[in-house]
Design a protein around this ligand. Structure first.
Ligand SMILES: Cc1cc2nc3c(=O)[nH]c(=O)nc-3n(C[C@H](O)[C@H](O)[C@H](O)COP(=O)(O)O)c2cc1C
Length: 640
């Protein structure tokens, strides 16, 4: 049924020879779901779910597209042996009226891990500011071979039933390196002016067109603003788009940001970025795009935002990444006017971390991602039971809504909805985090769960509910530090501020840095002291870049390799962890300590003694992060 509320979003869009049924494309999302570089069942489940929900076009994750590439965690589309898997992939998507487009990427010198890439290829022998990898500059002969191989791979995808190919020319990858004056210092016909720097891509477009014909979709993900000095900004990006439009061979442009550089965070703008962060850049690129459809990428998270962008004429369509990860039924829910039911992305970038760490794409808000029934409600339980969930953090609320939807009689006893995540959501830039507990709570309530908040549950209260099963999701608390106030307690009350605040960071989670950034607004000087060798190590590179940028912008001082040993009369004493030298910091107005947490599981023993079946979930089982907490809550709700 056509949506009334999102009429632009759900209007058809002409892209090349294809009329797309709406203006929603799924962005390329590396999943790491491959099996021996072939297509896996998880791939098929992930992509089919989103096609069935109604996305008009899906761009696959980055494919290994030529033989010089180390396939890494990618599907090796350049190999003929992959053909059968590629056919299965297309067959899982195309029958839903969704155009499947394979993405070609070579990272070139780009790298997300420590160290350097030994066999990187590039435009010139110049390093980026992130990995300092110096690539081998491609020779003319190597360029010719590369162009020919890409056309061959595109033809293989076409034979497999794909509708097209997208060339990933942003994010600092190889093609971006050719386009950028900061990375391309060639003196031959593939460098120099705009004509030279775009030549390799114009040759690739021509070769793919020659191999696959005019009906085959050819998209380009172009840089809009790469955040690199001397690199590509919106004006140059518009000129680049115009140059490719003039070839008559490209069908659409998507506008991406950031590069393999200190600006990498820009490509996945996290929750601290403004909504529709790249609207203006996209509008400027579109002005130069010669009338070709331009898809907006980056922090388009809700149907309302997508509609607003399109209705204003800032883009022709939207290309959604993390929103599609968070809810496989995003499109169907939007089309049915049920945007409130969408499990919204919280902008935490745990998904990005999961693929970089090689675990396979995972999502905090979507614990059943890439399973066949991911977009469906959990099945009804055979026998309804009386279930008490103790704790209303994200683990408890997840268990509660799942159990309630399954037909169990659920009572939640907790202090406040959302627990530590709700507290984090009160900090500047944390607002999106609040979406998860709000969604869980509303689903639990809608399914009939009784929610009792504002109370400390004890064994007597729990047993009074006569539960068949208890899920203990009471979270974790910071252990008492050698000195200072518990950082979480500090955040719960207004702070007057002062001259000097010291945050002792023996926790290393992003919440500690967000708290420090908040406190830095209240105090003239803020110092973070940590026993670790650096700050912000326990998070993905893109989140780390954001944290380091913000700490730097606020002139927050960092002292590493020191542990807190005591404090008195406004002076804190630290000990260097290796040589044991003493460091004192005086005139401190606030010393706030964040420490490694301890599980709050003390109720378990009393309940077990009373003969009740207890399962401990989330941080109460062992303090970790929200990914594990929500997943465990979900599993516990399913297991009842
Ligand atoms: C987990 C993950 C994997 C990604 N993999 C790719 C990829 O393979 N190729 C690519 O061009 N972009 C990739 N991106 C970037 C997305 O396509 C998109 O540009 C980015 O997520 C911003 O859009 P969003 O705000 O809608 O998520 C990835 C992003 C994420 C979060």
């Amino acid at each position: 049924m056509p949506s009334v509320s999102f009429s632009t979003l759900f209007s058809p869009m002409q892209v090349g020879a294809h009329t797309l049924k709406n203006r929603i494309a799924q962005a390329a999302l590396s999943s790491g779901y491959h099996r021996a570089h072939g297509v896996s069942d998880r791939h098929l489940a992930f992509y089919e779910t989103r096609a069935r929900a109604g996305a008009a076009m899906i761009v696959t994750e980055a494919l290994a597209c030529h033989s010089r590439q180390n396939a890494g965690t990618r599907v090796a589309a350049f190999r003929e042996e992959s053909l059968d898997g590629l056919k299965r992939w297309a067959a899982s998507v195309e029958p839903h009226g969704t155009r499947l487009v394979g993405q070609f990427v070579d990272p070139g010198r780009g790298r997300h891990h420590p160290g350097r890439t030994p066999y990187a290829i590039g435009a010139s022998a110049l390093p980026d500011d992130l990995s300092w990898t110096v690539p081998h500059p491609l020779t003319r002969a190597e360029i010719s071979r590369l162009v020919a191989e890409l056309a061959e791979t595109a033809h293989r995808l076409q034979r497999a039933g794909f509708s097209g190919v997208e060339l990933s020319c942003g994010h600092g990858h190889l093609f971006h390196q050719f386009l950028s004056p900061a990375a391309n210092a060639r003196t031959d016909e593939y460098g120099g002016d705009l004509d030279g720097r775009t030549r390799i891509l114009r040759e690739i477009l021509a070769a793919i067109r020659a191999a696959c014909g005019t009906k085959f979709l050819l998209g380009m993900k172009l840089p809009g603003d790469d955040g690199v000095e001397g690199g590509i900004g919106p004006d140059l990006a518009a000129a680049i788009a115009g140059k490719f439009a003039a070839t008559g061979m490209a069908d659409y442009f998507a506008v991406a940001q950031g590069a393999h550089a200190r600006s990498l965070e820009m490509h996945v703008p996290d929750r601290t970025y403004d909504r529709l962060a790249y609207r203006e850049i996209t509008r400027r690129v579109r002005a130069g795009a010669g009338g070709l459809p331009v898809l907006a990428v980056g922090k388009v998270s809700t149907p309302e935002e997508a509609e607003e962008l399109l209705a204003a004429g800032d883009a022709d369509g939207v290309m959604l990444g993390r929103a599609m990860i968070a809810d496989g039924a995003w499109v169907a829910k939007a089309q049915a006017g049920r945007s409130g039911d969408i499990r919204a992305c919280i902008g935490c970038n745990t998904c990005w971390e999961s693929i970089i760490e090689g675990h396979g794409l995972a999502c905090v808000v979507n614990p059943r991602i890439a399973t066949a029934d991911e977009a469906q409600d959990p099945p009804r339980a055979e026998k309804p039971r009386r279930v008490v969930v103790v704790g209303a953090g994200v683990a408890g609320l997840e268990a509660a809504w799942v159990a309630a939807v399954r037909g169990h009689h659920v009572t939640v006893l907790g202090r406040g909805a959302g627990g530590a995540m709700a507290l984090h959501a009160t900090l500047p830039g944390g607002e999106m985090l609040g979406r998860l507990p709000q969604w869980q709570l509303s689903r639990a309530v809608a399914a009939g769960a009784a929610i009792h908040l504002g109370e400390e549950a004890d064994a007597a209260k729990i047993l009074a509910e006569r539960p068949d099963a208890v899920l203990l999701a009471t979270g974790a608390s910071m252990r008492p530090a050698a000195a200072g106030q518990d950082l979480r307690e500090v955040l719960k009350h207004p702070t007057n501020g002062g001259a000097l605040c010291v945050v002792y960071d023996a926790d290393h989670t992003v919440g500690t840095y967000d708290a420090a950034l908040y406190l830095a607004e209240k105090f003239a000087r803020l110092v973070i002291v940590t026993p670790r060798e650096a700050v912000a190590r326990d998070m993905s590179l893109v989140v780390r870049q954001r944290v380091l940028r913000q700490l730097s912008m606020k002139r927050i001082e960092v002292i590493t390799l020191h542990e807190l040993v005591g404090a008195a009369d406004g002076t804190a004493t630290f000990r260097q962890v290796y040589n044991h030298d003493t460091l004192s910091i005086g005139n401190i107005d606030l010393l706030a300590s964040a420490t490694i947490r301890a599980p709050n599981d003390s109720l378990a023993a009393a309940l077990e003694e009373a003969g009740v079946a207890v399962q401990v979930v989330g941080d109460a089982y062992a303090p970790r992060g929200p990914l594990e907490a929500v997943a465990e809550g979900h599993r516990a709700g399913l297991a009842l």
